[in-house]
Every structure is written in C-alpha cells, then in structure tokens.
Design a binder for this molecule. Structure first.
Ligand SMILES: NC(=O)c1ccc[n+]([C@@H]2O[C@H](COP(=O)([O-])OP(=O)(O)OC[C@H]3O[C@@H](n4cnc5c(N)ncnc54)[C@H](OP(=O)(O)O)[C@@H]3O)[C@@H](O)[C@H]2O)c1
Length: 343
C-alpha cells in the first residue's frame, strides 16, 4: 500500500453545532482524507466503530467554540472507538504495526472533545493508542472493546477487589458495566448488578450473582438499604453516576468501602461538580462518610492489548447490541433516546 492508494476525499459523519446526534449529525461525502502519517502515527482504514454515550454526551454539552479552539475550522467528526486495518504507517511506527495489520483502539477524552472522531473511512492516530486485533476476535467485537474495557480496567486499578468481596455494579448491562461485571467475577467477587429486567439474563450470563431491576425497585437506594444493610458491599462500581447511590451509601456500603464512578449522562460539568463535592465536602458540612473516586480513562495501546489477551483467554467478551451500516448510523437513535431519559 502506498500514499498513491489514498483517496483525496472520504465519507465522515460530522457536525458543527451542539445538540443530539439525530439533530446535528450529517454524512459528508467529500471530507478531506488524512495526509500520510508522520512520525509514529498510523493511517487506518476504519472497519467498525463503537457507538458510545461519551460521544453524544460531549456533542450535546461541549459548545462549538471550545471545539473550534481545539481543532480549528474543520468540522468535528463523531465517535472515538474503532477497529480497522493499517493503511500507511509513519516512518517511526513500531514494526508490529505494518500496513495490512488489523488494529483497534480509542481516542482519549481531549481528542474526542476536539472532534478528531473515528466515524469516518480513514483516521490518523498515534501508534501508542492502538493494539493488534487478536486472531479470535472479530473486527466488530474489537470496535467495542477498547473504550468501555479500558475504563473498566481503570476502575479496578483504583479499587482493589479481593476474592470474596461483595461488589455492586450500577448499570451492569451497559458497555462499561458488562466489562466490570466480568472483571469482578474473574477476581472471585460476589457481584450484584443493577439493570432493566429485560437485560437480567444477559448480565447473569456474564457472571452476576444477583440482579436488581432498577426500574421496579424504586428508589434504588431505599431498596438497597433494606436488602443489603446486613451484608454491605466492599465497593460500588457506578457506571451510571446515580448521585443518590453515593448519598445513601452508608446504608449498604462498608465504612471503608469506596464508590468509584466514571461519569454521568448529564455531561462533563456535572461530573466535575459532583466529583468535587463527593470527594472533598467534609462530613461536618454534610459530606458522606464514604470514599468516592471519579475515574477518567487515559487509553493506551498496552491496556487495549491486555483486554485483547483477556478476550483470547476467554475471560472477557464484548456484548454487541446491534450492527448498523455506516450510512444508517442515524437509525441507531439509542444515543438520542438515552439522553432524553435524563432530560
Ligand atoms: N470516565 C471515562 O473515562 C469514561 C469512559 C467510558 C464511558 N464513560 C461514561 O460511563 C457511562 C456509561 O457508559 P456506557 O458505555 O457503559 O453506557 P451504555 O452502554 O449506554 O449503558 C448504559 C446503561 O445504563 C443503564 N441504565 C440507565 N439508567 C439506569 C439507572 N437509572 N440505573 C442503573 N442503570 C441504568 C442501562 O441499562 P438497561 O438497558 O438495562 O436499562 C444501560 O445498559 C457514561 O456516562 C459514559 O460517558 C466514562
């Protein structure tokens, strides 16, 4: 493959204003294709893209001016997770990343916010952010592994889980939650997970010992207080950002236990605000007497490779909700619906 095989233009899903994907995303058929990669960067022909809430939350909450400052005048591209085949490798790229190699990975938050998206035919990305797709993994699975998987790995780096620990996973059926359930189980924990009743069998199949249907057991914190007061949890892995779950946690979380959170569906500013309050407000001023940790993912190729290895070993699997063609992205309005749920 050479730079002469690179088209001048490509298709990409772009946006220029702030809002829900279905209102602002459009398919550009003549977006400038990236130039041949410099240094150790890789130019990748994208195979599949994972559609994640992180993208639509930032689309709905980050003002266009911020993106413009970060990116310049070119329209932002959506999404941040991908699998694809290396088309061209920069002169300093590691040998394992030769043209033709299937790879996967995801963008760090700042690149996502800047709109350096992956929902396009070609992307350029530093080789330090990608890993080779293991033989047993499909490109579809690979595209859904990196973002949620690395977030889950980071949660376990922050909170050590021992065999026999009792763990609550809030949002056990989501991208991050399905990974957390499997990783907690692999460490020998007793796992209780929240999800809708419709997803109960799926989450049990991933290893959860008990399911709590958050839709029928309302309010969730009250149910947890009644059910788990005598057998409190060692840690709560909150992939949803349910603030009441932390506020009432002394009723069902051990005194030295930790709530670890990765964000919420209301956007980055609420995440930062709650993180500050939950972490620093002293108890005598109304703070909650439990540890609180907010995790932000800093993805890299090594962590992606570790996840690939776990999949190869049969210890982790990627749950794929639905596969849609590139042109039909707007049909998957899950993103929009989910955000509406939180309006
Ligand atoms: N900090 C980071 O670096 C980082 C990285 C990745 C993701 N995130 C954040 O993590 C969050 C989750 O991402 P994701 O990819 O896992 O999302 P997702 O795949 O869209 O899953 C969300 C899940 O939320 C569940 N849910 C909705 N309302 C709920 C409630 N009130 N209580 C319990 N569960 C509820 C749904 O379960 P049912 O379908 O069963 O109802 C769904 O499975 C997002 O806020 C995302 O931005 C942060």
């Amino acid at each position: 493959m050479s730079s002469s095989t690179l088209p001048k233009c490509m298709r990409a899903w772009t946006f220029s204003s702030q809002g829900l994907p279905r209102d602002i995303l459009s398919l550009d058929h003549s977006y400038p294709a990236p130039s041949p990669p410099a240094k150790s960067n890789l130019l990748i022909r994208v195979s599949c893209v994972g559609l994640n809430p992180g993208c639509y939350i930032t689309m709905a909450t980050i003002p266009p001016l911020v993106r413009r400052l970060l990116r310049g005048p070119t329209s932002p591209i959506a999404e941040g997770e991908f699998s694809g085949v290396i088309h061209l490798a920069g002169p300093a790229a590691p040998k394992e990343f030769a043209p033709g190699t299937p790879v996967f990975g995801c963008l760090p938050m700042m690149r996502l916010i800047a709109g350096e998206g992956t929902l396009a035919e070609y992307i350029v990305i530093p080789s330090s952010l990608v890993a080779v797709v293991p033989q047993s993994m499909s490109m579809v699975q690979a595209a859904g592994l990196s973002g949620a998987g690395q977030t889950a790995l980071n949660m376990f780096s922050a909170v050590l889980v021992k065999e026999g620990d009792r763990i609550l996973v809030n949002g056990g059926s989501g991208g991050v939650g399905t990974m957390v359930v499997q990783l907690a189980k692999a460490q020998g924990a007793y796992v209780v997970a929240t999800c809708s009743g419709a997803n109960a069998e799926l989450v049990k199949g991933l290893g959860a010992d008990q399911i709590v249907d958050y839709r029928t057991n309302k309010p969730l914190h009250k149910y947890l207080g009644l059910e788990y007061e005598k057998q409190p949890f060692d840690a709560i892995f909150d992939t949803i950002g349910t603030q009441d779950l932390f506020i009432y946690s002394p009723q069902y979380l051990k005194p030295n236990g930790t709530v670890v959170n990765v964000g919420n569906f209301e956007g980055p500013s609420m995440t930062v605000f709650r993180s500050f309050i939950n972490t620093w407000l002293p108890v005598f001023l109304g703070g909650i007497p439990r540890n609180y940790l907010m995790i932000s993912t800093t993805p890299n190729g090594n962590k992606a490779a570790r996840l690939g290895q776990l999949v190869e070993e049969g210890k982790l699997r990627v749950v794929v909700d639905e596969i849609v063609e590139f042109e039909d992205v707007l049909r998957v309005s899950i993103a929009s619906n989910k955000l509406e749920k939180w309006d």
